[in-house]
Design a protein around this ligand. Structure first.
Ligand code: GLU
Length: 490
């Protein structure tokens, strides 16, 4: 570890999946580390053994991997470090900066009740701070198991926060907080300070729900005689209704965004702008651009608003400019799910899917939209957009035009966009009608829709057999006056 090296960490508690707030903290830490050529580390804060699970840890690691946020050293698991925390707590007792407290739950509850009756906020009285050796021994004989509390001395605690500026708190507002529980499990404050110190963390970038915890941690650094890291507490993320982001606002875990068909690059870009701005009005930024521009001074104090419509828009922009082969690869599972393909079938469809995706990429917002918007690339339309039927299937000549077009296209060789276009325009001219009078009904006939990608490219991808068959089928339906109508999702 170089003395000047920037080292930051993302320290999730694995009591849930990787949610948007956590992912945002991870993104900020990652960008900061990369910007400074430093290290992005991971610490799993699994001291709460009952509530932490390996499946949650895995989901968090998978979420980070999906986002492309690679960590630089093996993750540190707090659950494997209990002896270290116990030794550090003992060290503070030794130094007279912490003490064993034997108060029982009932005694503390009584103190709390009394404070309430006096109309005062509760703080631990510090009763056990000055126990004599005999009193301690007596409690031990009673079988009481002590906690270790930090002895907060009078004074003022100050630190600088890169987002909130100078923060100052009178120590009288802090009580003698617990470092080690009676079962030997460390509290968050002890573990976080010991670990940040031992991992050589230079900057603590985390949610501002931890701002109020920081004075206690600063006191711990001072008591241990360790240098403090720098702090940056990033603002809360709220839903569009300005309430704390929750399930009500849609998906909250990164995994859900993956399965809804968002691209990781778009999610990272979107998340990076939740509470940070590059200082100009850029929104779509590559990872490298974000790394270059990232600075703690660009983090806002104001809460960030999570607007899924914006994420959708951004995802659409990413989809339309994505490498086509990669896009097809990512879209393939969504097609497979929609059409029930097994692995072998998906592999067989892969080249065709790439062509379909190439045509539709400007028309979708999420990967999951591809098989919906492009259903007609795989099955004959079973209904025709009602609005289109009223507009394009009314002329009495339509069935004949569609049949003539089918006959012309059948002779088309090669069946490519340029040739198809020439064939259609020549036919329109011979019929003495506008090309649009052929284009609109034939699009509706072949796709069931009024809108879509360029008609000639679309025909070329569908292939001659399918196009000719669908034109003839539609001609028959129109002639018989029995066109099935459909309300289509756009
Ligand atoms: N484990 C804490 C949390 O998930 C993070 C604490 C920290 O970053 O210091 O909120």
């Amino acid at each position: 570890m170089k003395a000047s090296e920037v080292r930051v960490r993302f320290a999730p508690s694995p009591t849930g999946y990787l949610h948007i707030g956590g992912a945002r903290t991870a993104v900020f830490n990652y960008l900061f580390a990369r910007k400074h050529g430093g290290k992005f580390l991971l610490r799993i804060e699994d001291t709460d053994l009952a509530r932490s699970g390996q499946d949650m840890v895995q989901a968090i690691l998978d979420g980070l991997t999906w986002l492309g946020l690679s960590w630089d050293e093996p993750p540190v698991y707090q659950s494997s470090r209990f002896p270290i925390y116990r030794a550090r707590a003992a060290e503070l007792v030794e130094k007279g900066r912490a003490y064993r407290c034997y108060c029982t739950r009932e005694e503390l509850e009584r103190e709390r009740q009394e404070a309430r009756q006096r109309g005062e906020g509760y703080r631990y009285s510090g009763r056990c701070r000055h126990l004599t050796a005999e009193q301690r021994a007596a409690y031990e004989r009673e079988g009481r198991k002590p906690v270790i509390r930090f002895a907060v001395e009078p004074g003022v605690t100050r630190f600088y926060d890169h987002v909130h500026g100078e923060v100052e708190i009178n120590n009288a507002q802090l009580d003698d907080f617990v470092l080690l529980r009676s079962d030997g499990v460390p509290t968050y404050h002890l573990a976080v300070v010991v670990d940040d110190h031992e991992m050589g963390i230079t900057h603590v970038i985390r949610g501002d729900d931890h701002l109020s915890n920081t004075p206690k941690q600063v006191l711990l650094y001072e008591a241990f005689g360790w240098p403090k890291p720098e702090f940056a507490h990033v603002p809360l993320i709220l839903g569009p209704d300005r309430k704390r982001l929750s399930k009500r606002h849609g998906a909250t875990s990164v995994g859900e965004y993956a399965s809804k068909g968002y691209l990781p690059e778009a999610v990272v870009n979107f998340i990076a702008l939740l509470g940070w701005s590059p200082g100009d009005d850029r929104e779509i930024m590559t990872l490298d651009e974000m790394i270059q521009a990232f600075d703690l001074s660009g983090i806002s104090k104001a809460s960030a608003i999570f607007d899924e419509a914006k994420l959708e828009w951004m995802n659409g922009v990413y989809i339309s400019s994505y490498d086509l082969a990669k896009l097809a690869e990512k879209a393939l599972p969504f097609f497979a799910r929609e059409f029930g393909w097994d692995e072998e079938e998906a592999k067989r469809q892969r080249p065709y899917v790439e062509k379909v995706v190439g045509l539709l990429k400007f028309r979708v917002k999420k990967l999951g939209d591809f098989p919906v918007v492009g259903r007609y690339f795989f099955t004959d339309p079973d209904g025709f957009e009602a609005e289109g039927v009223r507009k394009h299937f009314v002329d009495a000549d339509v069935p004949q035009w569609l049949e003539l077009l089918a006959a012309e296209l059948e002779r088309c060789e090669p069946f490519e966009a340029g040739v198809i276009e020439r064939t259609l325009r020549d036919l329109a001219q011979r019929l003495g009608i506008k090309a649009a009078q052929l284009i609109h009904p034939s699009r509706l006939a072949v796709t069931g829709r009024t809108g879509g990608p360029g008609l000639f490219e679309l025909f070329a991808v569908l292939g001659k057999g399918v196009v000719v068959r669908r034109l003839r089928r539609a001609a028959e339906l129109v002639r018989s006056g029995a066109v099935p109508e459909a309300e289509l999702a756009q």
